[in-house]
Design a binder for this molecule. Structure first.
Ligand SMILES: [Fe+2]
Length: 313
């Protein structure tokens, strides 16, 4: 087969970066797309698939099922154990002007084949491994407690959590053993599949606002927000947290996430990014606008997000 390699993927792809990619590729004729890389590579591949086959701009596909024409079959080969984009029919693309994350989904955008090869994690940088591992863990935890969870999504979340939790620290010290890398990759994939059925919650809303305003890497932002969100949610879903973490339920789980964060060298305080108390109201307002805020098990508003951010100062 003849292959054309596109290696200009941007981290946190924007509508502009994927439209540029599509315009450079639109002269060619393709039979399929293979995405090799982390979440940004996989999301860019899905986004380019929309644009090459259905035309228009990325905004046209914001939402679900907006592609009217056939799309190209695609293969994913993830090289990080994190986003779970390999299991999802959504491309997450930031709107270039506003930095808002657009979730653009269609069943036809989903990868037909996913290859989870632990050898590909051998040379991952430590910082990336730590951040992506935290992200995957948060997908299992947030998807497990949303009000729209289903028996199927809950079973995926549970399996993902049990695969990931014991190995996230080891996976963040590459090169990890084949066993550790396999568990991390499969856990991240299953957690991504759980999101399809159940969405995410306030940790992703709060983290996305941090990424949009301070350019904090997604997994680092998640690590900052997740313990605070779990503690906030305990009044609503402590029993569910207890199913995953019998040792102290939500409170114990939040402690465990902080322990993982410390051991893997992830940032532990918003101050590391120059964020202080006066910045919280505007961050909270941005978090309220995030779609995943609607799926948190305990309703969140401006005050709630200020409290959640304050827990990470
Ligand atoms: Fe995430």
């Amino acid at each position: 087969m003849e292959a054309l390699v596109f290696d200009q993927v941007r981290e946190n792809p924007t509508s502009r970066s994927v439209e540029e990619a599509a315009s450079r590729l639109e002269e060619e004729k393709f039979d399929l797309i293979a995405a090799v890389g982390g979440g940004s590579a996989m999301d860019t591949a899905k986004a380019v698939n929309f644009l090459l086959t259905n035309g228009g701009r990325m905004e046209d596909y914001w939402g679900f099922g907006k592609a009217t024409r056939e799309m190209l079959p695609s293969i994913a080969v993830p090289t990080t154990a994190g986003t779970g984009s390999d299991a999802q029919s959504y491309a997450l693309i930031s709107q270039a002007e506003t930095h808002r994350k657009m979730a653009c989904g269609d069943p036809k955008a989903r990868f037909r084949v996913v290859i989870l090869d632990p050898a590909l994690l051998a040379t991952i940088p430590r910082r990336v491994a730590a951040a992506t591992g935290m992200d995957a863990l948060s997908h299992a935890l947030e998807s497990y407690v949303t009000p729209v969870r289903t028996p199927a999504s809950a079973s995926l979340s549970r399996r993902a959590f049990r695969l990931l939790e014991p190995v996230v620290e080891a996976a963040a010290q590459p090169p990890a053993s084949t066993e550790v890398a396999s568990r991390a990759l499969l856990g991240a994939h299953l957690a991504g599949a759980a999101i399809e059925g159940s969405m995410l919650g306030a940790a992703h809303a709060a983290a996305n606002a941090l990424t949009a305003s301070q350019d904090v890497a997604h997994g680092e932002a998640i690590g900052l927000m997740l313990p605070s969100v779990i503690r906030f949610n305990t009044t609503a879903v402590n029993a569910l947290y207890g199913e995953l973490w019998p040792d102290g339920a939500g409170a114990g789980l939040a402690d465990r996430i902080e322990e993982i964060r410390r051991r893997t060298g992830l940032p532990t305080q918003l101050g590391a990014f120059g964020i202080e108390a006066p910045n919280l109201p505007s961050l909270a307002a941005a978090a309220c606008d995030e779609r995943t805020a609607n799926f948190n098990p305990r309703p969140v508003d401006q005050n709630a997000f200020e409290e959640i951010y304050a827990g990470a100062l």
